[in-house]
Design a protein around this ligand. Structure first.
Ligand code: CUA
Length: 338
């Protein structure tokens, strides 16, 4: 009985996992569905084993209990039973086979079957401490933090990392797969319908591992094609953002590209104003953006981006408040065309 509050707390915590866009228990694509089936299968087998073991246990408790008025007797001593030993060796072997066969099957299905699939759209994923870079070699675009994919199409993710080991995980679509420096792992995922799914880094990689989030936006193929076209269209910088553009060129452009294909030490900011979050985790508003530029370490400890306000650690250049405001204005003008 004293565990009831503990169970209550666990239930409460588990109900917190009800989000449709980040739950392996609510699959939104074929790979996630296969993996859900494996979870159900192993869970079912575990429940069956627990039920049988408890039934035998309760039966023995009742059947062989000491009855009233019965004397202390020592039951017949048994040493070894071939029949029993065979039973409790063979049953687990069968159970493990039932688990192993579909698990191995699905593992190869996701890795091998689709490798021949020339239809798959290739997205090169490079994990960096603590952000994600996405390149579409066949489309000539690259982006960061917000991964956009068409629905109903297999996406071949070529996964690698620039610094340490990270892990690419989109629970609703399936996963996960390590991203290793100097090595490319291929993994296939597919989304059923249009939505925004949450992705996470699933390998402890440093101080801000837990903040290394990204988004997966799945779109109908026609909308996806539009998105690609928008990404390639040159951004129109309004006149009142020109001052900020110059500050950006002087201070930021060495790391941050702002065009369709550019790659750099930092995230490509093409279409930045259309992204949902700042640095993958902060709400997208001016205050967050100012805080990020002023002192990234205060948001993501260990982030490689230098600070731009006086007094912060790791300052590249102390910008005046007005300059940071101009920079924010410029970054917020980097919208994808409507
Ligand atoms: Cu990257 Cu954890």
């Amino acid at each position: 009985w004293r565990f009831i509050p503990l169970f209550g707390l666990m239930m409460l915590l588990l109900t917190g996992c009800g989000d449709d866009t980040i739950s392996a228990l609510k699959p939104r694509g074929p790979v996630a569905r296969d993996q859900m089936f494996l979870m159900e299968l192993s869970f079912g087998i575990m429940i069956a084993v627990v039920v049988v073991v408890f039934a035998i246990y309760l039966y023995v408790l009742v059947r062989f209990r000491k009855k009233k008025g019965e004397k202390d007797i020592i039951p017949k001593q048994v040493e070894g039973s071939h029949t029993l030993e065979i039973i409790w060796t063979v049953i687990p072997i069968i159970l493990l086979l039932v688990l192993a066969v579909p698990t191995v099957q699905y593992t190869f299905k996701v890795l091998e079957d689709h490798r021949e699939n020339k239809d798959a759209l290739t997205v090169k994923v490079t994990a960096h401490a603590f952000w994600w870079q996405f390149e579409y070699p066949s489309l000539g675009i690259s982006t960061a933090q917000d991964l956009v994919i068409p629905t109903g199409k297999k996406i071949a993710f070529e996964l690698t990392a620039s610094d340490v080991k990270h892990s690419f995980w989109v629970p609703s679509l399936g996963g996960k797969m390590d991203t290793n420096p100097g090595l490319t792992n291929v993994y296939y995922l597919e989304a059923d319908d249009a939505d925004t799914f949450l992705g996470k880094c699933a390998e402890l990689c440093g101080a801000s591992h837990t903040l290394m989030d990204f988004k997966v936006k799945s779109m109908e193929p026609a909308q996806f094609d539009q998105w690609v076209a928008k990404m390639k269209a040159p951004a129109a910088i309004p006149a009142d953002a020109k001052a900020g553009e110059q500050i950006f060129k002087d201070n930021c452009l060495s790391c941050h590209a702002v065009n369709a294909q550019g790659l750099g030490a930092g995230p490509n900011l093409n279409g930045f104003a259309s992204r949902e979050k700042i640095a993958g985790i902060m709400p997208h508003n001016d205050e967050s953006l100012k805080q990020w530029i002023a002192d990234p370490q205060s948001v993501k400890p260990g982030a490689k981006m230098p600070a731009f306000s006086e007094g912060a650690p790791n300052v590249a250049k102390a910008l005046k408040d007005q300059e940071i405001n101009d920079l924010v204005k410029y970054l917020n003008s980097l919208k994808l065309p409507q």
